[in-house]
Design a protein around this ligand. Structure first.
Ligand code: GLU
Length: 509
């Protein structure tokens, strides 16, 4: 299905690192844009200068680059509807605020914070709206020349949206259906502040969606309460015909209960809630990220895609292309999605299995280096081939795989008690001689020779293999014995056996 009129946007405010819920929102926008052959816009909503955090914008861009979510237009991507950073669009917003004022759909309000507080104390559940605005100091209650004087003398004011009571406002939501509210529950929202000469989120958001020809607004459920106001703004501007379709995505919930997923849940249960590690410039605090924790980007994408939507089949592993084909915005759930971070780890395991070993080598080499192990990429790859199925993260391969590269320095007590039997020293001594005699040290040949020897001697396969493993690995774990001996080689195999026999001779059993 190709519909080049589809234009969606991801519009974060750079107030800190991007939360994982925001990543899911961006992903759904991306899938929707791609499946319709439309465009995805990256807009920065930075009109609230007090909440601006340096570095946040670059962080967000880097996170999407890592995840493989690419944008067609926007900050750092260019495009014909720019600038895409709201702080660079002041003059544009001013024009639209003036239009609403001229049409009598908005008004100036001069009430100071103290005056507003005063009214809140006087009137229970005070709200600035049709029932109270006549009690306030604004351009509807003050004489025109007084308003002019206040403005000219530089008194600060805000522009408020004049909401008419008694109207039903319909938000036609692709996920939630027809959401209806009565206009009188809304307050006369501030659209613009003279103090910083900037619009508020609501005004800027609507003007930009209109000017950037946004066709669908796909965003988190937390924005649903703002949607009726947005619908009314579209109407006030006379833009009903091009009003975008809305889709408010389900919340991400705590893994272990009700309520919204928060950073604290991640800290408490030990999982990241940000795509990349974040260093807070103010507090100096570092928060963990999916990338640094060792997740593969495709695993994160697959995991997030299924939080709030599923293909309606048993299929759980979906590539980005499959997601683009199968994603259906209208089939997203209304109910919140539990953030099952353990499932996220499972996805990483599955993607490690799917990824060619050679591609995992650089990450594995980094971990090996931390253990002071220098080895060739080919040997690192071989260990990945043998062992990656056992872990959820590449970093978990160590110390699990240390024995491939370094001889054991100690022997696990429990395993010794269980596996190092009375006959073991003698049997291992014999086996050492057998190994010495193997010239063709290929896995197949070793296996044939050793098995033949066990059979001829009528030894128990388990006794031999378990004791042998203990000598080479230092404990009872690891892959097939001949995988180990082939990897470490004949000389090292013999060395390890000799040493184990010597050390274990002194243990009482
Ligand atoms: N700037 C808002 C945010 O930070 C955008 C909300 C919307 O998509 O309309 O999420």
């Amino acid at each position: 299905m190709s519909d080049s009129n589809v234009r969606v946007r991801f519009a974060p405010s750079p107030t800190g690192p991007l939360h994982i819920g925001g990543v899911r929102t961006a992903l759904y926008n991306y899938l929707f844009a791609r499946q319709h052959g439309g465009k995805l816009i990256f807009r920065i909503e930075d009109t609230d200068s007090h909440r601006f955090v340096p570095g946040a914008e670059d962080y967000i861009i880097e996170a999407f680059r890592w995840l493989g979510i690419d944008f067609d237009e926007g900050v750092s991507f260019g495009g014909e509807y720019g600038p895409y950073r709201q702080s660079e669009r002041r003059s544009i917003y001013k024009e639209y605020v003036d239009q609403l004022l001229k049409d009598g759909k908005a008004y100036l309000a001069f009430d100071t914070p103290e005056e507003l507080d005063q009214k809140r104390q006087e009137i229970p559940n005070f709200q600035y709206d049709a029932s109270t605005r006549n009690l306030m100091r604004n351009s509807l209650t003050l004489p025109a020349d007084e308003v002019e004087r206040l403005v000219n003398e530089g008194h600060q004011y805000v522009v408020r949206f004049k909401i008419e009571p008694g109207e039903e406002v319909h938000v036609d939501d692709l996920i939630r259906g027809d959401v209806v509210i009565k206009s009188e529950i809304l307050d006369d929202k501030v659209l613009y502040k003279s103090a910083d000469q900037l619009p508020t989120y609501h005004l800027a958001n609507i003007v930009d969606d209109h000017l950037m020809k946004v066709s669908h607004v796909i965003r988190g459920e937390e924005w649903l309460p703002s949607a009726p106001l947005h619908v009314l703004l579209y109407r006030a501007f006379g833009w009903e015909d091009t009003m975008p379709r809305f889709a408010h995505l389900p919340l991400l919930l705590k893994p272990d209960g009700k309520g919204k997923l928060s950073k604290r849940d991640g800290d408490r249960l030990g999982f990241p809630v940000f795509p990349l590690e974040w260093h807070d410039p103010k507090s100096g605090e570092t928060s963990r990220g999916y990338r640094e924790d060792g997740y593969l980007p495709q695993a994160v994408i697959n995991f997030l895609a299924l939080l709030g939507w599923n293909p309606g089949t048993e299929q759980e592993i979906l590539s980005m292309d499959e997601l683009i084909q199968q994603f259906d915005l209208t089939k997203c759930s209304k109910a919140g999605a539990k953030f099952d971070y353990v499932k996220g780890q499972w996805f990483n395991h599955e993607y490690i299995l799917q990824t060619p070993d050679a591609e995992l080598v650089p990450d594995f080499q980094k971990i090996l280096q931390q253990y002071g192990i220098e080895t060739s990429d080919e040997r690192a790859r071989k260990v990945l081939e043998l062992m990656k199925g056992r872990v959820n993260f590449i970093k978990d391969l160590m110390p699990l795989c240390q024995f491939f590269f370094q001889a054991p320095t100690a022997y696990d007590e429990k395993t010794v008690r269980k596996r190092w039997k009375e006959d073991s020293p003698r049997q291992m001594q014999e086996l050492m001689d057998v190994v010495r005699g193997i010239d063709d040290f290929s896995l197949e040949n070793q296996e044939a020779v050793v098995h033949a020897w066990i059979e001829a001697k009528e030894y128990k396969m388990g006794d031999i293999m378990n004791a042998w493993r203990l000598t080479l690995v230092g404990e009872g774990k690891g892959p097939g014995m001949f995988d180990i001996t082939t990897f470490i080689g004949k000389e090292e195999t013999i060395k390890r056996m000799e040493r184990a026999i010597e050390v274990l001779a002194n243990t009482e059993n």
